[in-house]
Design a protein around this ligand. Structure first.
Ligand code: SF4
Length: 375
């Protein structure tokens, strides 16, 4: 989530606002959506305040250089900032719904906390209500969203109701779908268009449970995957490419091909250099160039079983050319950057680039611009 410096209407409180022009307010005002209008000067502010004084109490103004029309924001006036929870012009959209988790993964990018944070899903539902133009996809992430139980279903229903054509990408460890009560609450009668993104780090419980630091997780996740299949849900399996996973990647791919052929696709993901990954650098900080034979071998096995697969978060110059066609430009806009060395790279427009915080962590490889054309 972006935080941007802003001055807002006096007395404003934290609640969702849709950023619009004054003409859009006049043309499309409704009582159950909050509108905020970017202003340039005092005259603009007083026009908004006059309208508010006449009883239009869901209208406010904002002065901020980085605000964009279509943004859904939450003002934090005491800090002189607003949280931009949704940016219309982004390619990737994500709703962060809890920081609690029942796993403790070695490379977790968002280390979990224990505090009750039900307000996050309340705000996520408000964001969904305030989005004007339905996005193609919207991600749901945490923490572990299934810990929200029925409240997660409320969010899925709200997205479906307001944005029926939007695909929901729900990132979950799937463990709680081993509980009948949770299955009933979340999956019974579910008609929202959901893709379930479920991490699986090994072909055996010892490896998976070690990576997620939770005994019993492998069995629970497998049970969850079978439940999702039973309910006809679309599943993307995810493996983060840290050392123990790469060492047994061929076994994992064989396991998937033999036992989980119903999955829609498998995503092999470069590790994000943040959170617990920084504390477990010895197994997370690696150069994918040193693992090309494992990556090409994994792709070969998945191809043999007819399992669709892709590589995420990896710069193209970290991969062999044979894998470029399956590399996805996947890092969310707000956390993606390129290195100085990327200037002039012929593949820049299709490359994932780097996580913005790579400087605090590490480079995923030695960045080398790609030039294929004959000079
Ligand atoms: S040089 Fe930069 S843009 Fe080119 S492949 Fe490497 S990371 Fe991507």
């Amino acid at each position: 989530m972006r935080k941007i410096a802003a001055v807002t209407s006096p007395g404003i409180q934290r609640r969702a606002y849709r950023t619009v022009t004054i003409d859009q307010v006049i043309a499309g005002w409704v009582p159950d959506i909050n509108f905020i209008v970017p202003i340039c000067d005092e005259a603009d502010a007083s026009q908004i305040e006059q309208l508010a004084a006449r009883g239009i109490n869901n209208l406010a103004w904002i002065k901020a250089s980085e605000i964009e029309l279509g943004d859904i924001i939450f003002p934090v006036p005491e800090k002189g900032i607003v949280d931009v929870s949704y940016r219309c012009s982004d390619t990737h959209h994500t709703l962060f719904v809890t920081n609690r988790c029942n796993s403790n993964c070695l490379m977790c990018s968002q280390p979990p906390t224990k505090e009750e944070d039900g307000w996050l899903v309340d705000e996520a539902i408000e964001v969904v209500r305030h989005i004007e133009h339905s996005p193609q996809n919207i991600g749901i992430t945490g923490g572990e969203p299934l810990l929200l139980n029925a409240r997660l279903r409320d969010l899925l229903n709200e997205i479906e109701r307001r944005h029926p054509a939007t695909q929901i990408d729900l990132l979950t460890n799937g463990r709680r779908l081993s509980e009948q009560r949770v299955v009933g609450n979340i999956l019974d009668g579910l008609t929202a268009n959901v893709a379930w993104l479920v991490p699986l780090y090994g072909h055996a419980h010892m490896l998976h449970d070690f990576v997620v630091q939770s005994p019993g997780a492998f069995e629970e996740t497998l049970e969850g995957l079978l439940r999702l299949q039973q309910y006809g849900q679309q599943i993307q399996l995810r493996a983060v490419l840290i050392e123990p996973v790469l060492e047994h990647l061929d076994d994992l791919c064989e396991f998937i091909g033999r036992n989980l052929p119903f999955v829609h696709e498998v995503a092999l993901m470069a590790c994000e250099p943040i959170g617990f990954a920084l504390a477990n650098k010895e197994i997370c900080d690696l150069d994918l160039k040193d693992w090309w034979s494992q990556l090409t071998g994994a792709s070969r096995i998945l191809r043999r079983y007819g399992v669709r697969h892709l590589i995420m978060n990896a710069p193209l110059c970290a991969l062999p050319e044979s894998l470029w066609p399956i590399a996805s430009r996947s890092i969310s806009d707000w956390k993606q950057v390129y290195a100085g060395e990327c200037e002039g790279c012929e593949l820049k427009s299709s490359c994932s680039g780097l996580f913005a915080w790579h400087e605090r962590g590490w480079m995923p490889t030695r960045i080398m611009k790609i030039k294929r054309s004959v000079e």
